[in-house]
Every structure is written in C-alpha cells, then in structure tokens.
Design a protein around this ligand. Sequence first.
Ligand code: G3P
Ligand code: CA
Length: 267
Amino acid sequence: MDGPLVFAHRGSSAALPEHTLAAYLRALDEGADGLECDVRLTRDGHLVCVHDRRLDRTSNGRGRVSAHTLAELDQLDFGSWHTGEPDETVDDVGDVPADPNRTRLLTLDRLLTAVRSAGRPVRLLIETKHPSRYGSTVERRLIAMLRQHGLSDPRPDDPVRVTVMSFSPLAIRLMRGLAPRLPTVLLLEVVPRWPRMTRLPFGAQIAGPGINLVRTRPRLVPALREAGHPVYVWTVNEPPDIDLVLDCGVDGIITDRPALVLGRLGR
Ligand code: G3P
Ligand code: CA
C-alpha cells in the first residue's frame, strides 16, 4: 500500500460517539488501517476506553471515571450525547445504532476482542492517559491485558498489531521495559527540547506530533523521519490539514474522519 496509514481517532468519531464499539466498527467498515483509543482505570482497576478524566461530556454519568467501578460504568449510556456530524463522504451519518451494546462503555478487553474477531488486519494505537497519577498501574495492567489477548509480543503473521502511545516519556520508558518488542509512539505538542532535538528519548520509535505543531513547524516531519522515526500526526480532520501532512510525507494520519482521509488518498 502506498501512502500513509489511516487511523480512526477514538473510532469514526465525527460520525458516531467516540470510543464506542459502534464508532470502531464503523471505522473498520470505512477501510481504516487502524484504530486509536485512550485508556483509563476504573476504581476497581479495569482499563476502559474513555478520553476525559470525567464522565460528563461523553455519557449520562457524572464525576471522575476513576471514582466508579466497572459495574457502575456499565449502566451508563455513552451514545446519546452525540448528535453526529454531516459528512458527505458517507451515507446515514449520525445514526446511533439501536443496539445498546454498541454504545455502552467499551472496556479495553471488549475492544481487543472485537479487533481480534474483525477478520482483517487491524493496527491498534493505545494511549495511556495521565500515567503518573497511578504510578505504573496503567502500564502494567495494559501490558497484562495485551498478554491475555496474545498481543504483547508482536508476531509478523498476526493480523492485529498494537502500538502504545503516551505524551509522557516516562510512560514510554516503562512500557519499553515491560514489553520491549511493542512499538511506541511519543506524542508531541510542542517542539522537542531534547539535546538532539529529533532523536526521541527512551527508545520511542515513532513520533506523534499534533497538527498544530506541524502547521507551525512542517519541517519537523522530514527532520524526525531523517532521524529514523516514522511520524504519525493527530488529529487531522480538515482538507487543508490533510493536504499539508501528505506534502510533509507523514507515515500515519490519525483522524476523526477516516472516510474523508481515505477518499482524499483515493482508497
Ligand atoms: O492520537 C493522539 C491524540 O489522541 C492525542 O490527543 O487528547 O485526543 O488524546 P487526545
Ligand atoms: Ca488519544
């Protein structure tokens, strides 16, 4: 395949509620190469796919994710808040599927099971949120869960490939120690300030600059690539930004609108 990999950010999340099974299955139907998700811990130590620290924006619950048990979170509706976004590239946009299982809380376990049974190659980018708040618990639970699904030690013939991501270099170091063969993405919001600016610390292989950074410093992309780091840019949703990252020669595009990006790539 020519051109960058296309990753659905929180699923096909412009069209359907983020981090729901519905949004992820939609992204696979649309032809995305991979899926992005964030993971957090519940009060009783389960990894769940939720971006915000609090439940309020994306569910009918209130308060911190980490203040609730999995059983409590499982009662919530993670679908109704989302009104959908008009998108000419696909039909029937905005309809939340009637099946409540597709808009309930998504645990990492459920997502990995769905990806395993997709019957096609899937690349999964998993981001740990605020690792320092929990010491190393998030990373340890993440690697243990990947191990349960046979995904902590990548095999070339496995259609599912996992990459772990963080804004925290310390989290990257931890995950490299726990699962040395898993690829890692160090996410970047500002220009790196390390001694050798384009050489990522702690053995992170892939650079993940945000689109705001790429807009202001487009030459960072070829510089990182020349230093040996593939570059995945987030979150690229608008046509001018898609054109910009394609001009820069990125290796991966993380987007809320995978159908739009794939259409732009002629795929
Ligand atoms: O893919 C990286 C990107 O998701 C980081 O930002 O806030 O959407 O998790 P955020
Ligand atoms: Ca994320």
